[in-house]
Design a protein around this ligand. Sequence first.
Ligand code: F58
Length: 775
Amino acid sequence: MAHSVRDRLIERWHDTQQFFKKKDPKRLYYLSLEFLMGRSLSNSIINLGVKDQYMDALNQLGFSFEILAEQEGDAALGNGGLARLSACQMDSLATMDFPAWGYGLRYQYGLFRQVILDGFQHEQPDYWLNFGNPWEIERVHVSYAVKFYGTVEEKHLNGKNCKVWIPGETVEAVAYDNPIPGYGTRNTINLRLWAAKPSGQYDMESFGTGDYINAIIDRQKAETISSVLYPDDRSYQGKELRLKQQYFFVSASVQDIIRRFKDSHSSFDKFHEKVALQLNDTHPSLAIVEVIRVLVDEEHLSWKEAWDIACNIFSYTTHTVVPEGLEKIPVDLLGSLLPRHLQIIYDINFSFTEELKQRFGLDYDRLSRMSIIEEGAVKNIRMANLSIVVCHNVNGVSRAHLDTLKSKVFKDFYELWPQKFHHKTNGITQRRWVVVSNPGLCDLITKWLGTDAWIREVDLLLGLREHVENKELQLEWRTVRRVNKIRLVEFIEAMTGMKVSPDAMFDVQIKRIHEYKRQLLNILGIIHRYDCIKNMKDSERKRVVPRVCIIGGKAAPGYEMAKKIIKLCHSVGEKINSDPDIGDLLKLIFIPDYNVSVAELVIPGSDLSQHISTAGHEASGTGSMKFLINGCLLLATADGSTLEIIDEIGEENMFICGAKIHEVAMMRENGEAPKLPLELVHVLRMVRDGYFGHEEYFKPLCDSIESAGDFYLLGHDFPSYLEAQAAADKAFVDQETWTKMSILSTAGSGKFSSDRTIGDYAAETWGIEPCRCPF
Ligand code: F58
């Protein structure tokens, strides 16, 4: 089936590329080291508009589409928010007919599989290409040599002094194209992923000297560059392999972009009118240096010409809120791997620091903060500084994030170039997150709006507001949600062996495990709830709203605290789930191996979802948007994009808790460690006393709150968190009110479509126009 869908994809993809070639519009090249695409089958047949035909054909052959679709594995070439954002944005770029290309790496091992043994996370390799990948087209003839190491020599050529890089190693980058179909359009854009292969000229000397076996083994090593995705979503890695990955993918992409441009242009005069390059965080920032190097050293443009081009074509989006999250590459490492690039970075930095001196005088503190080179025992290259200096546009991913960039992370740069800084609030695609994953709700929305046009024009969802009081809609809404809950109940039983009741409130927190995302706050809240129920009289228990608490997410393999949180969740779950006093009043489930496909199943079946990062720590957050559009209510802190969600649907339709961003900042500045609330002290005592076992193992978790300064302010936020939870219970009892809040959540979610985000980028940052291929 996949192969027959693939044929249709290839046809449209080919026509789209031919059409772009003929029209020669300005193109956007989206560079990202991570894409979390998930499954492709359902998405493709829906976007191609052939779902019904395929369902019929499969029925006739005696297959069920749902069962077949379940067989597909996820393409998990990314970690978390940043990577899923790239996937949503590719869908919007295709649907909105923008002439865009994605570039990335074709890792052989995607994000690790999470296996839980005795409540502990273990990582297993995700060798996702084992049975082949029907969605890619191998382009053996589209390949480029990528150089590493070696020396730079000064040569005199055609009356000019030139730098010539003599590489020490060359690896071949081979293209694998992945068609991305738009919805309701013939346009099908390309995601080109590079795989590393030994170069034809690789190590010929070793062959020459007769060391045949070792020469072959060395050749094989080339492939390691694209072998594995780094599974850390917290920090940059000062590792050589990571740097090699970055340069490998950047070099191949830049060569490809320049080759395509030169196919139809004889000079670089119009390069900036035809090319926009988007850097998804700083991971592809070496592209800036590579473009300058190729233009100066290989195309023989002047430094000034190359510089002007680079400044015109590059834009950069940052996804972090803390300076520690910014990428730094040791100068020695870069100098040995890419000697010519280091020279260029020094040249850029020289001009930049001269400009700073002109503007601010000899303010050495400022100079050292803003310099691209960080001085110190180990000298580093600050990739964010390099990106800001060159890019014409620096974007944050929510309004609140931009404020943080301006006032903290990039304060100095904002003072210098205020016009460069903007935000484009993130969004998610309604095609994947409703049409594919929640067909029941999709049909219901279409019925009540009287059109399916909202699938391309998401603002039409607002039309649901006028029906919110309609009892018929409310009933149908509840029915659809109930069916989704039952599907989730079955999934939970299959994954964990636990039977839960669909009458309970399904309260979900699924995302990467991080201290700042505060899964610990959630678990401590659950222990509190458990303790309260245990101490209730029978008559009181009757009033308890039954809950199924669901937590899922992966911890980075080296992140010990996150791993302890996973184990705590299991230990608490074991205790609660087997307590006969509790029965169906409370259950705690950990869903293993959380990924895009699991999210597609869990989100439509959730009643309440939690987004409770310490205010000021989540740059945007996109999980909340997926829940929102599916009519799941949010329990959230006033952080990242939640602030904008409040503006759209109103605080009265959500459960908001916790310190505000400025309050967190104030508490931190004053070094206040507020007294912990008694309920929290009691709950922590239960953990410390071994109520859930493993007291030694959990001690650092308790210490982080009680004796290590409670950096993430669980103590401060605990009371208001419990209040928000109580408000959610109260609202859930009144199913009519809950349903109205749910409808209003979906109705107000339009702003958080990636179509809006991409429309804003296209108009304000990239300067590209739709280019629609005729049907
Ligand atoms: C995430 N960042 C943000 N980084 O945390 C989230 O708030 C935001 O919604 C999302 O980006 C999309 O903008 C994120 O996923 C990473 O994964 C980096 C990977 C490499 C190391 C540093 C973090």
